[in-house]
Design a protein. Structure first.
Ligand code: ADP
Ligand code: ASP
Ligand code: MG
Length: 411
């Protein structure tokens, strides 16, 4: 069998017309000699009746504390409703189809409700039904523990299901269908002139995804990368080729054309962060630093954007943890300066390593717009700046103009 994984996001299945498009893509894959295995997300987005956010809000509206195990069971319903609806659409188009929940498809996870990790895939059911010439439709975003508890894989986790099945079944490709034409140089909702990337490496897209590009779940990329399975991100609504995600080896072999001197791949953002600045100056400086970090670690608060120097410690936390972090710091006798409403904007590019002038370009672009950089940090593929939330979109557009719009021919 030549397996092709096709994953359809929420907007690809939210109208009968969209589901017809999905059915026609599934049928086209069969006609090309593939055995398609379909992974599906919950229908639509917040506000639509069976979207994941709608299900969450439905119960949280009245009961603020719902246990994670029960929350996962509730959230898993969205993909079940969606999968059954799509199965009916494919059957209506005259093809045999069968729907499997994550558990029935053998997606086995750990017990970390809400953010479970897939520990193994037992694909026997999928293989059996595929051999019977049925289109197998699998609910994304969900799995089951070895004890039989239903889990979910973290928001956006249907991509992860698709990747894991792709590896377990030795798929030729994992195709992610969504509402944009591929992976773009910035979120098209913020940058109107964002460009679709023809090809990116696993490393590049991992960086983009971890830095907030919601178009694909970073764990999905890690999974396909380990097995070297090519992944394509495409639009359900057009026949454009989309973005191919693969490794640099293919590029060197000459099978794929990529502009290797592309310095910047894209601009991404993470909103709703709170910055903390704590004065640790004085004789007890080292002891203070130790006390500060260990008390936050003991409370399970994850820090980001950490800068430490002999006078102060600076870091950010997600907005929802800001209050708890403040309390802990005060309990251990620190008086932090707290800056709410911040956002992290990342300029990402595997090609920036060793290239002079990237930071200078960032500063030029942002200062021209009178945007204050609250903090900056870098790695060999990324430069992050922290800005006020209200400046975030302007900053992304300025950086996109500086690094992407001017280098169009290199995409
Ligand atoms: P799906 O329901 O299909 O999984 P998502 O909402 O998870 O869809 O992802 C697609 C959305 O990701 C797009 O509508 C787009 O607004 C957003 N997005 C954010 N950053 C990027 C990017 N760099 N490239 C493409 N889309 C992006
Ligand atoms: N429906 C889930 C979510 O909204 C999973 C997904 O869409 O991939 O997060
Ligand atoms: Mg998604």
């Amino acid at each position: 069998m030549k397996i092709l994984i096709q994953k359809y996001g929420g907007t690809s299945v939210n109208t009968p017309e969209a589901r017809e498009l999905v059915a026609s893509r599934v049928i086209a894959a069969r006609e090309e000699g593939y055995t398609p295995v379909v992974v599906v997300s919950a229908i639509g987005r917040l506000g639509e009746p069976y979207a994941t956010d709608t299900l969450i809000n439905f119960v949280r509206h009245t009961y603020s504390e719902v246990s994670p195990r029960e929350m996962d069971l509730l959230m898993s319903c969205g993909e079940i409703i969606s999968g059954i609806t799509l199965t009916a659409a494919i059957q209506k188009a005259g093809h045999q189809a069968i729907f499997l929940t994550g558990a029935q498809a053998g997606i086995i996870t750990d017990h970390n409700f809400n953010e479970a990790r897939i520990i193994k895939v037992k694909p026997e059911n999928v293989i059996r039904y595929a051999r019977e010439d049925k289109v197998v439709i699998v609910a994304g975003f969900q799995g089951v523990t070895e004890e039989g508890d239903i889990t979910t894989l973290g928001r956006g986790g249907s991509d992860t299901t698709a990747a894991a099945l792709g590896v377990a079944l030795g798929a030729q490709y994992v195709d992610i269908y969504t509402d944009v034409e591929g992976i773009m140089t910035a979120d098209p909702r913020i940058v109107g002139e964002a460009q679709t990337l023809k090809m990116v490496t696993y490393d590049e897209i991992c960086q983009l995804a971890y830095e907030g590009a919601k178009v694909i779940h970073p764990r999905a990329v890690e999974i396909v990368m380990q097995a070297n399975i090519p992944l394509r991100v495409k639009s359900i609504f057009s026949n454009a080729p989309g973005t191919l995600v693969t490794n640099l080896g293919e590029v060197y072999k000459g099978t794929i054309d990529i502009t290797r001197d592309r310095v910047i791949t894209g601009i991404t953002q993470i909103s709703n962060l709170t910055q903390f600045k704590i004065n640790t100056e004085g004789e007890e400086n080292l002891k203070q630093q130790r006390r500060l970090f260990s008390s936050l670690a003991l409370a399970g608060i994850s820090l980001d954007f950490i800068n430490v120097n002999s006078k102060e410690v600076i870091f950010t936390v997600k907005e929802e943890l800001a209050h708890k972090a403040s309390q802990i710091l005060e309990n251990v006798s620190f008086t932090p300066e707290v800056n709410y409403n911040c956002a992290k904007v990342a300029t990402v590019g595997a090609g920036m390593s060793g290239v002079p002038g990237v930071m200078a370009g960032i500063v030029e672009a942002l200062t021209k717009e009178e945007i204050q950089i609250l903090q900056a940090n870098d790695s060999y593929t990324t430069i992050w700046v922290l800005v006020k939330q209200e400046d975030m979109e302007k900053a992304i557009r300025a950086l996109h103009r500086q690094f992407v719009a001017n280098e169009k021919e290199k995409r």
